[in-house]
Design a protein around this ligand. Sequence first.
Ligand SMILES: [Zn+2]
Length: 369
Amino acid sequence: MAKLTALSGVGGKLPAAFLLEVADRRIVFDLGEGPQAGVFPDLKGVGRVDAICLSHAHMDHAGGLHLASLVGDPPVYATETTLQQIPFDVLPVMRRRALPMRDDAVIAGLPVTLGRSGHAPGGIWFHIPLDGGFLYMGDWSAESALLPFDAPPPADCVVTDASYGDRETALAEQAVALAEAAKGGAVLPVPSGGRGPEMVLLLAQRGLAPKACPTIRAEIERLAAEEGDSIAAEHRAGLRAALAGLPTSDSYLTSDIIFAVEANAESGLSAELLAKGEGFRFVFSSHVPAGTPAAALLSEGRAQWLPWNVHPRLSDTLRLADATGARHIIPAFARPEDMPELCRALGRRLVLDRTIVFGQTERLQGTGT
Ligand SMILES: [Zn+2]
């Protein structure tokens, strides 16, 4: 019998933190902050855990790591690419455990299978083949033109990313709309460690000549040079071509198409260009938390927002639910009122409770009791 507790992440766009108790081990999957700054999982009463596993390095999945002392400062397991994005003062070397991007591994003595999640460089899902199987998807997308997605194995209990609720439009259509909107010049704010390289690639492939801020240029260089499993070889070649066409100058005109961190113009080049007030047009495409410059610009009608999928569509989530054969599906990171169709389609598989016990039947059958 295994028990899953959503410490945070169910019922709204909340930081990720899920506690799995299985085979006498206690493992926390992700430990985030936000997206609203200052919102953290409540770890009071959780006690010591054996490991923290990070699906990727985005703030809402890894930004709460400084709270790890509340759960006994356990080792933190993540891919090399994810670990590289975490400062050493938050996570010292001796607590870092590097994982492969896919295939089998061992975490705190438990067998796991890992796969690429198609959401961010270094992003993975975790599968634990005990008590019927547990699958933690973190954030994922099956649509990325750059980042591969590995189909996970069957599992009885699945925590999946439902960030977009019932959204169903395809990334291919969104890319066309964004390219149209960017023509003539626009600032396209993106998060660091996220969709930037793919957006540059897709717009370059559509014949546009985007510029990228130094952070995004460095990300493209890193991905193009990487030897590992993060991206497919043909995409590496595409990135190298896009990189060769990217201007390296750091002067920006309002007629340029500019990819700039951070996603809500709260810092980085997007914040600098906003502060200049020289008539730059902003097109946002991420989740916009209240209180950010992006939220203010959008509410005043001074910026545009267009979707760009980095999370699964409704149909992707339902395909995953069917393919895993899960009896318990926890759609995370969305409010129930934003996913009525998903909730309806999941039917008896839907779990919105904070805790769930699973694998009981298999255990009883397995032991003959
Ligand atoms: Zn993410």
